[in-house]
Design a protein around this ligand. Sequence first.
Ligand code: FES
Length: 187
Amino acid sequence: MTANRQKKETEGCVVSRRNFLIGSAATATTISVNLFPGTAQAVATKARVVGYPRKKIATLSELEPNKPIAFSYPEEGSLNNCVLVHLGGVQAGGGIGLKRDIVAFSSACTHQGGPLESTYKAVGEHRVLGQCPFHLSTFDLRRHGIVISGQAYQSLPQVLLEVEGHDIYAVGMMGLLFGHDRNLKEA
Ligand code: FES
């Protein structure tokens, strides 16, 4: 296949990771994509690109090490409860800030929605949400919220963060929130 042909086939279906995961407003857009280009299964189809809201959730100066700040994202309501945590110098997957130690997660347990807001613990190098008050699950905030123990079998959804000046913004979400069939009503 020539470089020109390859380029042509991919034109019109390039969606950057940022545009796919994040958006400046809670909107859904329909675009055309070409699946399996250059194969017998090639088919043009429609894909919906979902944009998460960009929401200011705190300033850097408000954050204290190991003192979570509660917020709602991407919408309001108890199943959208989240916590923003400064892990006190412990680097985390998806962390922002100079030490990559600022993260945010849903605080609704992925098992049956147990409230995790008040369960944060920092012990040595460990940074954990849990034990869940319902069935004792715990989640590792250094490793994208993976399950450490308990009844849950799905990681906690992680909130994608950005810093602009001194402000911290929630701009997207990785993972499906408990109690949702989609994270955004409009999606
Ligand atoms: S609801 Fe959290 S472990 Fe069951």
